[in-house]
Design a binder for this molecule. Structure first.
Ligand code: 5GP
Ligand code: MN
Length: 331
């Protein structure tokens, strides 16, 4: 674990305005670290703008600060112009600039452009980078950043950072969960976060449509390689039939992953002309290498990629042999 780089601290201390953004299809860590950092900077009297391409997913609208998100890129442009150089931009939880979507170009045009992230494959974009691949979450890093800046964590910020950590560790289960992760989570609980309330909000918050969708998605289960690879899928037709949304599929992949023989779970999602693929591994298999083969990326145990112009079956047929080979090579 590296200490927070001095140049990053200096950039934050010396600027009065900040534009913050994160990856497209933001998850709990993306949003928790975004709003957590926004709260810290606002506490320092900074003028902060959080940009997202799309509105905050319903599940995360309870996060303090989510109501202030800007989705109009022109507003970011005007904000940056008004700041007249007294500004920095920050990319959170994002391993490559492309995954920032529309915000990528805007952030990169503001200097200094700081990158705070924990993706192993982070390709080192930005002017200043603090990349910690062994960290559980970007939220955990933001906690340390607050400490390095000499800032107290507010209850609102604690809610955001706890959300980041508990979602990105699969409720403290992935191998990225360290003693430091627990120490940070412990401090957040000491600050008033209620793990039971957070679990209710984040994990026991299903709609009936979501349960009906789960029923259909699990019915698509296929097993390969002596039950070491499990594949499930969701189609747009299933969403229509159940009234659920793609957001409702979050965490479905953990069910096939939980089968004791399964080393890799695959979730194929039909999104118009694109097939979006999620991979989750346990044991020695490194699925970030597999995702990278298909132009994606991520972490050892959780990665993803997108394929345009092929159907779900075709993507599965391309993927299975690559996974079998990776499993054959893993310890
Ligand atoms: P998910 O399966 O939840 O969409 O993604 C799991 C992880 O894989 C994400 O946290 C992210 O690190 C990575 N990931 C997913 N899709 C992509 C992609 O298209 N490109 C890259 N570079 N990483 C991805
Ligand atoms: Mn993350």
């Amino acid at each position: 674990m590296r200490p927070v780089p001095e140049d990053l601290l200096a950039a934050i201390r010396s600027r009065s305005c900040a534009v913050l953004a994160t990856h497209v299809n933001p998850d709990g860590d993306a949003l928790g670290s975004l709003f957590g950092l926004a709260d810290i900077l606002r506490g320092m009297g900074r003028n902060v703008l959080c940009f997202l391409e799309d509105p905050v997913p319903r599940l995360y609208r309870f996060l303090p600060g989510s109501e202030r998100v800007v989705t109009d890129i022109d507003q970011v442009r005007r904000f940056a112009e008004k700041a007249a150089g007294d500004i920095l931009s920050v990319s959170l939880d994002c391993g490559d600039q492309q995954r920032l979507g529309g915000s990528g170009r805007i952030l990169a045009a503001i200097h200094p452009f700081a990158v705070i992230d924990h993706h192993r494959g982070n390709n080192g974009f930005g002017d200043l980078a603090w990349i910690e691949p062994d960290r559980s979450s970007t939220g955990e890093m933001i906690f340390d950043l607050a400490r390095a800046l000499g800032r107290e964590i507010t209850p609102d910020c604690a809610t955001c950072l706890y959300t980041a950590i508990v979602t990105d560790t699969g409720s403290f289960r992935y191998d990225s969960t360290s003693s430091h992760t627990f120490a940070v989570a412990g401090e957040l609980v000491a600050l008033g976060v209620r793990p039971d309330v957070m679990a209710d909000r984040l994990f026991d918050n299903y709609s009936v449509g979501r349960l009906r969708l789960l029923q259909r998605v699990l019915a698509t289960l296929e097993l390969y390689d002596n039950n070491r690879i499990a594949v499930i899928r969701v189609t747009e037709e299933m969403l229509r039939a159940t009234g659920a949304t793609m957001e409702d599929t979050e965490n479905f992949i953990n069910l096939p992953r939980a089968v004791h023989t399964v080393q890799v779970a695959v979730f194929l999602k039909e999104k118009g002309e694109i097939v979006s693929v999620s991979l989750r591994a346990k044991g020695g298999c490194d699925v970030s290498r597999v995702a990278a083969r298909f132009g994606g990326g991520g972490h050892r145990n959780a990665s993803g990629f997108r394929v345009p112009g092929h159907g779900l079956d075709a993507v599965r047929d391309m993927l299975i042999p690559v996974l079998e080979k990776e499993l054959g090579q893993s310890p």
